[in-house]
Design a protein around this ligand. Structure first.
Ligand SMILES: Nc1ncnc2c1ncn2[C@@H]1O[C@H](COP(=O)(O)OP(=O)(O)OP(=O)(O)O)[C@@H](O)[C@H]1O
Length: 253
């Protein structure tokens, strides 16, 4: 164990029930309350288990693996929005989650209100938000719609605004889940530039991506997740090669 690691994962594991969302919506908790006592328990599985690693401040780690191997689950564990069933995550710094960017917005609130809500939920104080607000709106290119309810936004507008707010947080840990894959080419370029600036400032990045280009562009270390286990923790090239090999083995000759 290194004392100055910004993230430590110790024998991390999470268990889900098959075919059932673990985070049931509040309404479902009430409407299914009585039924659940009679229903047979759903079979459980471990999308991730026995994961241990350390990440040092300023590292840029790319997480790679095929669909359903637990990459997003790992990010949610690192973000602290999912509690592990086994093991422990230690974070020595706050997290700016560039994950499911538009999901945090409330459709009935305007863009302005959503920015205020999301920024304050992530601990940005009023004064800082006031000074950054115009920049956030301009970066997202939603100046003309900032007082329109977000339910009228296109998915691209929501993602742009989400990226714009979260990337203005001054938290040292950045979690990114394919956020860069959305949006048009021009916006993607702006996101790349922001990410590069944040990395140059010394932020720590954990990036989940299927894009070899993004992984090699930003990351200095690669983790290959296979069937819920950390199979390779090395260079980006090592992780990509192991991923490629496992994909090739799946294709019938
Ligand atoms: N809340 C949940 N409840 C139950 N099962 C879940 C939940 N979230 C994810 N899963 C399941 O856990 C496994 C890992 O999912 P996860 O989204 O972490 O994979 P991933 O590697 O990010 O996949 P992709 O590349 O397709 O985004 C999958 O089988 C998924 O269906």
């Amino acid at each position: 164990m290194t004392e100055d690691a910004i993230i430590e994962a110790h024998d991390l594991g999470v268990r889900f029930a098959k075919g059932r969302r673990r985070n049931a919506r509040l309404r479902e908790v009430f409407t299914r309350r009585n039924r659940s006592t009679t229903a047979a328990p759903a079979p459980e599985f471990w999308p991730l288990r026995h994961l241990s690693f350390e990440i040092q401040p300023g590292e840029a780690v790319g997480v790679i693996g095929s669909n359903g191997t637990g990459k997003s689950t790992l990010l949610r564990l690192l973000a602290g929005v999912l509690i592990p069933d086994e093991g422990q995550v230690i974070r020595r710094g706050r997290v700016a989650p560039l994950i499911a960017l538009s999901a945090g917005f409330s459709g009935d609130l305007t863009g302005r209100e959503n920015v205020q809500l999301v920024a304050s939920l992530h601990g940005m104080d009023r004064k800082t938000l006031k000074s950054k607000f115009d920049e956030i709106v301009a970066f997202a290119e939603v100046e003309d719609h900032i007082d329109t309810p977000v339910r009228h936004y296109s998915s691209g507008m929501k993602v742009r605004l989400g990226f714009s707010v979260i990337s203005q947080l001054e938290h040292p840990i950045l979690l990114v889940d394919e956020a860069l894959a959305v949006g048009d080419k021009r916006f993607k370029k702006k996101c790349y530039k922001t990410m590069r600036n944040l990395l140059n400032e010394g932020r720590t990045l954990i990036l989940v991506s299927h894009s070899e280009r993004d992984l090699t562009k930003f990351c200095t270390r690669g983790m290959f997740l296979n069937a819920g286990e950390l199979e390779v923790d090395g260079t980006v090239d090592d992780a990509l090669a192991a991923y490629q090999l496992s994909e090739d083995q799946k294709v019938p000759a």
